[in-house]
Design a protein around this ligand. Sequence first.
Ligand code: PEP
Length: 251
Amino acid sequence: MRKNIVAGNWKMNTTVPEGVALAKEVYEALKATKANCDVIICTPFTHLCPVAAVIDQNVLGLGAENCADHKSGAYTGEVSAPMVASTGAKYVILGHSERRQYYGETAETLREKVALALENGLTPIFCIGEVLEQRDNGTYNEVVAKQVEEGLFNLSAEDFGKVILAYEPVWAIGTGKTATADQAEDMHAHIRATVAAKYGKEVAENTSILYGGSCKPSNAAELFAKPDVDGGLIGGAALKCADFMGIVKAF
Ligand code: PEP
């Protein structure tokens, strides 16, 4: 059966000492609580080694926010999937809308990144989501299905089964505007049907689909109660232990 997951996306926030302190705080809070879901934090590259050293990943999983679309070589400033894996991290966010929007990530580069992540034993948390104009003009179902198809449908069923999906309507990210629980459920069911049409019902039923976009303690329980919403990818609220734990406890 698919897992319920709450994953934090720290984005470009916190210095290394601040990040290590936050990771320790979340880790200690999790040890003191019985979480009813898997919990992951995805941090800047610089934080992965020192954070990996202070947490037990059976309690709190660790991931990166991106990786390169090449294995190694003359790509100044890039960080490869093998490098991420060598820190001890187990996850990598790929295709976040900020990467697509500001760094020109395309389906083609994302296919390379997904393949390299999987080859190196990393679980991709693959983000998809429409912009406001596409929500308003009613093309959002097609847009999101296309992102899933173009980014992932080259994978074998076995490899697809290793991927976590995160539906993040771009108009809801960092804006304080959350999709309603019904809007999230409709899209998650649509994504699951898209996966089922390609890989069959069993693979689709086993795929965790997270919701992301201004998820907070006050709205998490309503979102997570929906049958196709298997947890959240959390930006702003992942930067405060109490808020992040408030979301974890929504399960
Ligand atoms: C995100 O960027 O993945 C995200 C969901 O951000 P926020 O929770 O701040 O909207």
